[in-house]
Design a protein around this ligand. Structure first.
Ligand code: SF4
Ligand code: SF4
Length: 278
């Protein structure tokens, strides 16, 4: 089967995308529209309108057969194309087959313990991921999924992916439904169901929440840790909000203070969950 996926970025070796040294693969396209997204250009796929092409100062963009093609070797990473894109997207992506990606991963084998797929929202490419993870496993490497949890992992069509993946790192943006919709544009119902389901089958590698001043941080941390209390060996990463890369209209968001964070850490620990302060 020759599936392809649009890839925004590959970091050959990353120490921040799961345990150990991992190749991190960022897929283009997301089903959330988070106000504090650090890479908002990864949300929508390029519609090949061609607007950005003439703005590139070094001729790294061309329209070929109706598609905006990016020449990575010429690109100087000025990001002008991203700034001028009227669609909020980027032409700086590549289409990969699973075998193309495997070639990239195999270059790193001596140095990595596995891969992490992220985004955008990588689970939108669930069939591609299942095939990729199966091949990665045959090399003795592990595969982790960094996900917003919007697609139900209990759904039969996701079964192959859940079996092929070694673990999932799940964002819990807010346990308050109204706040979650305001933050992401989507309900948190399936996200919460996925957290419990993954914990129950031993595949919840990590949950994470970005902590923002004025948000219902305590409600989120209290409710999710109480819900996950029955499951052993879980890790909760509490992340102080940082404004890097966010859209201009959301630059005013601030992180919570350290005192409030310490109180949240105590709640996590009281519910028997390991906390990572980021
Ligand atoms: S980031 Fe690269 S492709 Fe985009 S405008 Fe700058 S040089 Fe051109
Ligand atoms: S990146 Fe944006 S401006 Fe460039 S071709 Fe795609 S949709 Fe058009």
């Amino acid at each position: 089967m020759c599936k392809t996926a649009t890839i925004n970025k590959i970091i050959p070796m990353s120490l921040v995308d799961g345990p150990g040294n991992r190749t991190a693969i960022f897929f283009q396209g997301c089903n959330f529209n988070c106000s504090y997204c650090h890479n908002p250009e990864t949300i929508k796929k390029c519609i090949n309108c061609g607007v950005c092409v003439s703005h590139c100062p070094v001729g790294a963009l061309k329209m070929i057969d109706g598609k905006a093609i990016w020449d990575e070797n010429k690109c100087i990473d000025c990001d002008t194309c991203i700034k001028v894109c009227p669609h909020g997207s980027t032409p700086k992506t590549h289409e990969y087959t699973v075998d193309d990606l495997m070639e990239k991963i195999e270059e790193n084998i001596p140095f990595i313990e596995g891969i992490t797929t992220s985004g955008g929202e990588c689970t939108l490419n669930f069939e591609f991921l299942e095939e990729l993870f199966t091949k990665v496993k045959s090399l003795g490497l592990t595969s982790l999924v960094d996900t917003n949890g919007f697609i139900s992992l209990k759904s039969p069509i996701m079964d192959g992916l859940v079996k092929a993946a070694d673990g999932f790192m799940l964002d819990i943006k807010s346990m308050n439904e109204d706040e979650h919709i305001k933050l992401t544009g989507r309900s948190n119902k399936t996200v919460i169901e996925n957290a419990v389901y993954l914990a129950s089958i031993g595949k919840l590698q990590e949950i994470r929440t970005v902590l923002i001043e004025g948000h219902k941080n305590r409600e989120t941390v209290e409710n999710i840790t109480k819900l996950l209390k029955p499951y052993p060996n879980l890790t909760y990463k509490l992340i102080s909000y940082r404004p890097f890369g966010v859209r201009e209209e959301f630059l005013e968001l601030k992180s919570i203070g350290q005192k409030e964070k310490e109180e949240l850490k105590e709640i996590v620990i009281a519910n028997g969950i390991k906390v990572i302060d980021c």
